[in-house]
Design a protein around this ligand. Structure first.
Ligand code: SF4
Length: 361
């Protein structure tokens, strides 16, 4: 069996220095072994009273498996909601570590496991809890809003946690109440929300290694080759790319925009994993990944999150058989973090009753 070598992912730290973190690709699945692996995983999920939550960015095999076994494929808001409402005693999160932590915070009595605990996120890594807490202390007049892509300790320091599906609405709500906002960690998402809401927002300095790579000039060139294509952009992308969008939205928002706009061709600026659900929902429609090459590109991610890619069928089965890779959150930290998450869930229930992820499609 070939052993995968970790690749070193570079990301910009909050202080402008270079951070480096490893990402290890999972063991490759051959077509011959896949049916047996899938069958065994389904058996184990049932035997363990477990439910599989998969993010849109993980491999299509895991997305299909989550849906076939009664779990969900969705964005992080819907993953949080689904895991919270589902009766299973074990939650299996195919995503990155902050998603596992969020599931554990919302369900401290349940067991939460993940195929690989080393699945990081550059936004989370670039927002260390102590430095962030100092930053908050320096701005006591601001309500602290943090993106879901943060550690439990950072969520515990926040007043609100938001996902990209709901961030704009919550900040608009706070702005209407006359509140000033401190937003972390994604500077592009923060700048976009500041622009559309007009809120007074102070931003932390971090970005996503995947969305940072999308390039406006190359997108312009691609649009010339596909003049009928509509452009769908995730707001973690740079402002120059967002400006070219026909629709800006979270992962769920992007899928819904493709259904609504009715084009025959779309250029999609987010992790390419999302195309699997888009192609299933809109057969016959063409989806093109937005370009990541060009000036300033490192192409270390190329529209695919290296940490999301650490989830695979082999390591999923391994943890279901061994019981390893359980997520633990300090109960005191979890209790405080839950307040900011619950605030968002309550807001969503009140203000977005019709909103639901796409995992049940
Ligand atoms: S795609 Fe970006 S924001 Fe999402 S988990 Fe990967 S590094 Fe984090």
């Amino acid at each position: 069996m070939a052993v995968a070598t970790p690749i070193q992912i570079r990301f910009e730290r909050f202080d402008g220095a270079l951070g480096i973190a490893p990402a290890k690709p999972p063991r490759v699945v051959t077509p011959e072994e896949k049916p047996a692996l899938v069958a065994r995983i389904k058996e184990r999920l049932k035997a363990m009273d477990a439910v599989l939550l998969a993010h849109y960015y993980v491999h299509p095999d895991l997305q299909d498996l989550a849906l076939e076994s009664g779990g969900t494929v969705s964005d992080s808001l819907e993953m949080a909601r689904f895991g919270h409402d589902h009766p299973a005693r074990t939650i299996v999160v195919a995503g990155v570590r902050f998603m596992g932590e969020t599931a554990k915070i919302l369900n401290p009595e349940k067991r939460v496991i993940m195929p690989d605990l080393g699945a990081e996120c550059s936004l989370d890594l670039a927002c260390p809890a102590e430095a962030f807490s100092r930053f908050c202390d320096e701005h006591p007049d601001r309500v602290v809003v943090v993106y879901a892509n943060t550690s439990a300790a950072v969520k515990a320091r926040a007043d609100w946690m938001v996902t990209s599906s709901i961030a704009e609405k919550i900040v608009a709500h706070l702005h209407a109440e006359g509140r000033k906002v401190l937003f972390a960690p994604d500077k592009h998402l923060g700048a976009y929300i500041r622009k559309v809401t007009g809120a007074d927002m102070l931003l932390w300095n971090a970005s996503c290694v995947v969305h940072e790579e999308f390039k406006a000039q190359q997108l312009e060139e691609l649009k010339l080759l596909h003049p009928g294509a509509k452009v769908l952009v995730h707001p973690e992308s740079p402002a120059s790319v967002i400006e070219m969008a026909d629709a800006v939205g979270s992962t769920t928002g992007i899928i819904q925009a493709a259904e609504r706009l009715g084009a025959k061709e779309y250029i999609v600026a987010t992790d390419g994993g999302i195309l699997h659900q888009m192609r299933k929902r809109l057969p016959g429609v063409s989806f093109i990944e937005a370009p990541t090459a060009g000036k300033g590109a490192t192409c270390q991610s190329c529209a695919h999150c290296p940490w999301m890619a650490m989830n695979g069928l082999h390591n999923l089965l391994e943890v279901l058989e061994s019981g390893r890779n359980e997520i633990h959150v300090d109960p005191a930290v979890g209790k405080r973090a839950k307040v900011s998450i619950q605030r968002m869930l309550d807001f969503a229930r009140l203000h977005l009753p019709a909103m639901k992820g796409s995992g049940d499609a």
